[in-house]
Design a binder for this molecule. Structure first.
Ligand code: NAD
Length: 276
């Protein structure tokens, strides 16, 4: 490893499974203390147990990140557990798809809430700590880089039929990323986004029979991609396969590491070359 994240604290949302769990694992493996969140208590506890077994410093806060009060609670929990906030990964997300004429206001708003409003609230919640800490470091002549990584999608950069809400949320978070890169450069924060193509998680697993459901505020929302559509996409992907959660996490780790200290406001696509 050409770097270490020893002494850094990372916050990762939606880390009970899939890409978020892989990101938490990569960050902990690089030496960071990690506080993980998920809606699903059992899943987030499993992530915590796995990482603790390997001797990593880990804590968790279960909860729905879209609740307006949650982001501040998550920042406070990180400060209480580990004493700093150095890396924030806005990863929690899900899909709730349909063509526009069948998309309700609630559905469209839910996609903006999870993919755009929540990252905004979490970064706003962290801003006081980040600004005040950076001012002291700069006054002491130190340059300490902090990292924000927002998770987007090729649905956000390219658009995707059947995903007006999801694509809008994922496109919106790119605007947030580029703006915060400009606001927070003076505080030595690198703010970047990673956009995924097709990564092998519950979100893309082929919807056979019942498929996978996500329980969200009392609703069961079906996620997954129909098998024929998934096959078609894989055949159009230059690398000819889905990416693994660990491969996805590698791209995120780059933006969390000192290797990206002079990169900010950028979108890295990790999708095997696939574009919609
Ligand atoms: N899998 C892909 O191909 C793909 C492609 C592009 C972008 N993404 C994005 O990557 C991120 C991770 O997705 P994944 O594929 O690992 O999916 P996943 O379903 O395997 O994991 C997502 C996790 O987020 C959690 N979550 C969802 N809503 C939440 C909420 N309101 N509060 C707290 N936790 C919540 C879920 O419980 C789940 O554990 C998402 O932002 C997704 O949009 C994934």
């Amino acid at each position: 490893m050409p770097f270490t994240l020893e002494g850094k604290t990372a916050l990762v949302t939606g880390a009970g499974r899939g890409i978020g769990r892989a990101i938490a694992t990569r960050l902990a493996g690089a030496g960071a203390a990690v506080i993980v969140n998920d809606l699903d208590d059992e899943a987030v506890l499993q992530t915590e147990r796995d990482l603790r077994t390997h001797g990593h410093r880990i804590d968790h806060l279960t909860g729905d990140v879209t609740r307006p009060a949650f982001p501040q609670q998550f920042v406070d929990a990180a400060l209480q557990a580990f004493g700093s906030v150095d890396i924030i990964v806005n990863n929690a997300g899900y899909t709730w798809d349909n063509v526009i004429q069948k998309t309700t206001d609630e559905q469209f708003q839910a996609m903006l809430d999870i993919h755009l409003v929540t990252p905004f609230r979490l970064l706003r919640a962290a801003s006081e700590y980040i600004r005040e800490t950076a001012k002291k470091e700069i006054a002491a002549g130190q340059r300490v880089m902090r990292k924000v990584v927002n998770i987007t999608s090729i649905a956000g950069t390219d658009g995707n039929a059947g995903q007006s809400g999801y694509s809008s949320g994922k496109a919106g978070v790119i605007g947030l990323t580029k703006t915060l890169a400009k606001e927070w450069g003076r505080y030595n924060v690198n703010v970047n986004a990673v956009g995924f193509g097709l990564i092998d998680t519950r979100l893309v697993q082929a919807t056979m029979g019942e498929g996978a459901n996500i329980g969200m505020r009392g609703r069961q929302i079906r996620v997954g991609v129909p098998p024929d559509m998934l096959e078609g996409l894989i055949s159009r992907c230059p690398l000819g396969r889905l990416g693994s959660p660990d491969e996805a996490a590698g791209a995120v780790l780059f933006f969390c590491s000192p290797l990206s200290d002079y990169v900010t406001g950028e979108i890295l696509i990790c999708g095997g070359g696939l574009h919609f």
